[in-house]
Design a protein around this ligand. Sequence first.
Ligand code: LLP
Length: 386
Amino acid sequence: MKGIFPIDQFQKLRTPFYYYDTKVLRDTLACIRMETAKYENYFVHYAVKANANPKVLSIIRESGLGADCVSGGEIKAAVKAGFPADKIVFAGVGKADWEIDLALDYGIFCFNVESIPELEVINRLASAKGKVADVAFRINPDVGAHTHANITTGLAENKFGISMEDMDRVIDIAATLEHVRFVGLHFHIGSQIMDMGDFVALCNRVNELQDKLEARRIRIPYINVGGGLGIDYAHPNRQPIPDFGHYFETYDNSLKLRSYQSLHFELGRSVVGQCGSLISRVLYVKQGTRKRFAILDAGMTDLIRPALYQAYHKIENLTSEEETDTYDIVGPICESSDVFGKAIDLNRVSRGDLIAIRSAGAYGEIMASGYNCRELPVGYISDELV
Ligand code: LLP
């Protein structure tokens, strides 16, 4: 063991692979359970898009969370992992007919609808089955989140949701359709949000819309504020569990939930981010003209976040205690953007050393690709490596 990693077990495995520390995951889930229990009408749906590894999903399901899905494939994965259909919400701007049919057949909790044409298709497909689909409208609250431009979703310029001005019109249209029932409003302003002020801004918008609904004497049982709570990428050991207490308290203080309403969350990154690491081996140490490179057997095909979002992940050498040197840590893929970190200080690196890229549990394994005909990385949970 070095710190929290079973190095001896790692040495026997083919790299690269994902490693999920189930203690961190279970502690995180216990914290979510404890903090939401303070409010009897708060419900968390795990955003399956963050990590759909079946072993991870099944631990999350055991904790009692629902699921937030954005494709038919995710709905199937959630059902297979045992999530009850009536705790599944289905979001996404481009739901295909077969995906809507699948969700209707399972009898999911609610569709998060993003446009009028989509509403009409759901109505038609539900009618063909003699069913009525519960729908929430995803409203674009035009709230900017202080996070990376590629992962903000709540601005008017984004493709997501229905604008606040159009809300009344969409509600009127829904009232004319017999096979959809308008039950809620849905929002999501972005991901990796660390500033609780952004969520307060969202709450203020929701309050405004709720007042408009009340003025029209429309009662909806359900408000869904999406996900977005960030994690501490710089200090995965110091803060393995995000501050869920402060997060839920922010909503409790700022959102004027009606007594007949429940509040739903769709958390992804904050649930699984810190429990996962990408484990890889050093293939070569190469001295360039001005830089020293540590070339890993993991690349951007295994973890694309640094290449795609210039995301920072803490990198550690698990098998060296030597003095530190400075390296650019790169992968083997034929792309200049295949870089995990530049000018990183690591305990001196040699061929064969095991490297951990931390905080990779969310949007890591699930975003892996087979580019360069590479195999997809395997994911192990700590329970199976003892
Ligand atoms: N609900 C909706 C409607 C979403 O679009 C998302 C994430 C979530 C919930 C979950 O958000 P979370 O709690 O994980 O922040 N691949 C990017 C992140 C994309 C997030 C997409 N939507 C990354 O690696 O940073």
